[in-house]
Design a protein around this ligand. Structure first.
Ligand code: SAH
Length: 432
């Protein structure tokens, strides 16, 4: 009882502080930390997943919502921002899969978390250059983006315009435009809203931003790691262990789990199941690229601000929070509905896709010393094992029939070939 009374008094104090700040009109809005602290005082410690979700995507104060965090002036740099070659090779991967699956009449490219839109922009340039191949195909782009600020930047990158939000409330998309090359582009808040049908999915550095739960093995069994307020310092957060088994600890840990500390991202599992169901039913493919592991790593939850590591519990909403993707979990969550390939290291994938040849072509075509240096630096950054080459991995979902050698669609030129047609990037290049 006394605990409840104490907590009640603390809560009243916080409510007064927050109310005072609001009532004055001139006082600052409570920061995300204060909001979360209030929630903890009211309802108890938060799971790491709830904390991460709020810190990244809270509508008013989430990290992703209202600023551009990508690039040298931001908090982190991603492969598409480093070199145009990256997006071009991914564009070729999709065209290659589209061809290998019998050149379907429609081509829906669905990108999740498109950042500045740079990757889709580079892919669209490839589609444009391969116009003679794709000209009879009905191409459309579908972007799943939660951030108002980033969707605005994506619209500018891809269409060259500021686009007004969709006025029709019943529409599944919240914005639509046309690319500089005349291809329709739609924006959605979740994958659920994206129309079904033969689709090619892309998620680059997206899964690592999805909220994870953390668990610790103890003498009493598995316990979930939660986030509470430090009793010594007001509004300072700290990790604690749940005193009893939480539903997440009960359902998300595998019986034969050998590790002592485990991170599980159920949102990633749900998303993979949706990809798998859609691909199984309608065809297409998914390409997922991220940093990650094969169910071996333990404690990977971390923050980045200004290109430096940042304490995840300090100033939520001002730093990127991320956790390595567990590819073995993604594979498990497909439940056998689709075939999976990878994860293979970025260096290997890009080399299989012909990055060396592409670099040489671009170098031959450019006489500007700065551009040439930039191209070489970008190449090294993407492929050097100590940089991004072995830190990032590619993982693909494909319909089972895509890997069967006897299927005519798989390898149109060699219908009776005894070996399955290679999937570009994961083996030798399908076409040079
Ligand atoms: N793919 C880009 C950006 C990676 S940053 C690149 O590689 O450069 C993560 C992206 O995912 C951002 O665009 C962010 O706004 C978006 N994002 C994060 N969480 C999301 C969610 N739950 N739903 C939709 N988009 C999300």
């Amino acid at each position: 009882m006394s605990l409840a009374v104490g907590a009640g008094r603390r809560l009243l104090g916080v409510l007064r502080r927050v109310a005072g700040q609001r009532a004055g009109g001139s006082g600052p809005q409570p920061g995300l930390l204060q909001r979360l602290a209030l929630r903890i005082r009211t309802a108890g410690p938060l799971s790491v997943a709830e904390y991460m979700r709020e810190a990244l995507t809270h509508p008013a104060q989430g990290y992703y919502m209202h600023h551009d965090m990508l690039g040298e002036k931001g908090d982190f740099v991603t492969s598409p921002e480093i070199s145009q070659i990256f997006g071009e090779l991914i564009g070729i991967w999709y065209v290659s899969e589209w061809m290998a699956t019998g050149k379907p009449k429609t081509f829906q490219l669905v990108e999740l978390g498109p950042g500045r839109g740079t990757l889709t922009g580079d892919i669209l340039r490839v589609f444009h250059q391969l116009g003679s191949l794709l000209n009879k195909c009905n191409i459309s782009i579908h972007l799943v983006e939660v951030s108002p600020k980033l969707s605005e930047i994506q619209a500018l990158t891809l269409t060259g315009e500021n686009i007004q939000p969709e006025s029709d409330d019943t529409s599944p998309f919240y914005m639509k435009g046309t690319s500089k090359t005349g291809i329709p582009i739609f924006w959605y808040r979740t994958l659920q809203d994206v129309p079904q049908g033969n689709s090619f999915y892309l998620a680059h550095e997206f899964f690592d931003a999805l909220p994870i739960h953390k668990f610790q093995r103890t003498e009493k069994g598995w316990r979930e790691v939660l986030i509470d307020i430090d009793p010594e310092v007001p509004d300072k957060l700290r990790f604690v262990l749940a005193p009893a088994v939480t539903p997440a600890a009960k359902y998300f840990i595998q019986d034969e789990e050998p590790r002592d500390h485990v991170e599980v991202c159920p949102d990633a599992g749900v998303l993979i199941q949706k990809f798998a169901c859609r691909i199984e039913k309608d065809g297409g493919a998914a390409l997922i690229a991220d940093y990650g592991h094969d169910g071996t790593k333990t404690d990977t939850f971390r923050g980045f601000r200004n290109h430096k590591l940042h304490d995840v519990l300090i100033a939520p909403g001002t730093a990127d929070l991320t956790a390595d993707v567990d590819f073995s979990y993604l594979q498990r969550m497909t439940q056998g509905r689709v075939a999976t390939l990878g994860p293979i290291a970025q260096q290997e994938f890009l080399k299989n896709m012909g990055i060396d040849v592409r670099l040489q072509v671009l170098l031959q075509n450019s006489h500007d010393v700065t551009v040439r240096e930039q191209l070489i630096r970008g190449y090294q950054m993407l492929t050097d094992p100590k940089k991004m080459g072995e830190r990032f991995y590619f993982f693909a979902l494909l319909p089972h029939h895509r890997l069967k050698s006897s299927d005519k669609q798989v390898n149109p030129g060699h219908a009776k070939s005894p070996v399955p047609a290679p999937i570009a990037g994961f083996g030798e290049m399908l076409w040079q």
